[in-house]
Design a binder for this molecule. Structure first.
Ligand code: ADP
Length: 376
């Protein structure tokens, strides 16, 4: 079993005037076997949270329970967790076999044969059996990362804690290892808490994602829930790539008025806005459509830059002095400097409160997606 309950966790480091608040009032429950990703920008408190769970940091306030047992003040070795770090920190003078079994020598009373058997089991699982007698310096980055994983695996942990384990790898290998790690986690069914600043990693790997900002939880949910129904502008901007576009508008006489265009308030949105209300309109690049002559509600823009990605092109469009991103079919050709009229389909529009950032209205999702999100 490996449930984790983080209750009201606060961590304040000494320093600054009143200390540095790294994590504030964090409440998260992670189910047995779940793959939870902690994501957020650099400095938002992800690693600190992980280190508190591992027992590497004293918490300032709050508790951490593993399988219902309060471990807040227990030593790391007493917690049944294994941590994998960004820098693999392998022992340079030891073989792969020894690197993987050395921790067991220090923390268990297993015989040498038993320790080696475990290293061999982990190596087999990770596809590096033929490297057991190699030295770390003979290994590629991906192989070294596998050894680091193996070192965690041999400990049979209840919980895996992973702190940006793939960020030292090149893009292709990172994508491969993402899939491998997910498969491994599913096969072993070990609860995993995975820290990354990369929203793609979060979206593709997590059963659920917890988004942190400024040490505080912004939202927790399945990747698609966060994508379709962000609770606030921060989550909306952080999840999804390229990021959601945000435009300041004011609701007036049936339109959302922008400095450079008016957008007729769709029926879908009407009851959520009040006349005179300032709003932030959010629209994802992939939801922007190209307007045809005579379309209602088309928005005049100027093409600034085109980035062909192959199947898609990212077209940067100017409205006034602001640049926004539209993601459109790669088969179309656009000329920088030329006008381009676009549409914001009403069912795809998000609205946020400009002061609090809270979502006032999220896009509409299909009944199938709605039902799926309800069932999780
Ligand atoms: P993340 O992993 O999201 O990048 P961290 O958890 O490492 O963020 O850091 C959160 C905040 O706590 C940052 O402001 C960071 O500078 C601060 N911090 C982290 N570790 C320490 C430390 N040992 N002493 C003082 N401040 C720290």
């Amino acid at each position: 079993m490996g449930t984790v309950e983080i209750n009201d966790l606060t961590k304040i480091y000494s320093g600054g005037g009143g200390g540095i608040v790294a994590v504030k009032d964090l409440d998260i429950t992670i189910q047995d076997g779940e793959f939870l990703v902690l994501v957020g920008p650099s400095g938002c408190g992800k690693s600190t949270t992980l280190r508190c769970i591992a027992g590497l940091e004293e918490v300032t306030h709050g508790t951490i329970e593993l399988d219902g047992v309060d471990v807040t003040h227990k030593r790391p070795v007493e917690r049944g967790v294994a941590m994998v770090f960004q820098n693999y920190a392998l022992y340079p003078h030891m073989s792969v076999r020894k690197n993987m079994s050395f921790g067991l020598k220090m923390t268990t009373d297993l015989s040498k044969a038993e320790r080696h058997e475990k290293a061999e089991w982990a190596a087999e699982l990770l596809g590096i059996s033929e490297l057991l007698d190699s030295q770390p310096k003979e290994l590629s980055g991906g192989q070294q990362q596998r050894v680091a994983l193996g070192r965690a695996l041999v400990r049979d942990p209840e919980i895996f804690l992973m702190d940006e384990p793939l960020s030292n790898l090149d893009a292709k290998l990172r994508a491969e290892m993402r899939t491998e790690l997910q498969e491994l986690q599913q096969d072993l069914g070990v609860t995993t808490i995975y820290v990354t600043h990369d929203q793609t990693e979060a979206m593709t790997m997590g059963d659920r994602i917890a988004v942190l900002d400024g040490g505080q939880l912004q939202q927790i949910g399945t990747p698609l829930k966060l994508y379709h129904k962000p609770q606030n502008q921060f989550v909306a901007g952080f999840i999804g790539s390229p990021s959601m576009n945000f435009l300041h508008v004011t609701a007036r006489d049936g339109v959302l008025e922008h400095d450079h265009f008016s957008y007729e308030i769709p029926e879908l949105v009407e009851r959520d806005v009040e006349p005179g209300q300032d709003l932030v309109l959010g629209i994802r690049p992939e939801d922007i459509e190209l307007a045809s002559d005579g379309d209602d509600n088309s928005i005049p823009t100027t093409v600034s830059v085109v980035e062909p990605m192959g199947e898609l092109s990212y077209v940067y469009i100017d409205i006034g002095d602001q640049t926004y991103t539209a993601s459109v079919s790669g088969e179309l050709v656009f000329d920088p400097g030329k006008p381009l009229d676009v549409l914001f389909p009403p069912e795809r529009v998000h609205l946020f409160d400009p002061e609090t950032g809270d979502a006032i209205k999220n896009r509409v999702v299909s009944e199938e997606v709605e039902a799926q999100q309800r069932s999780i």
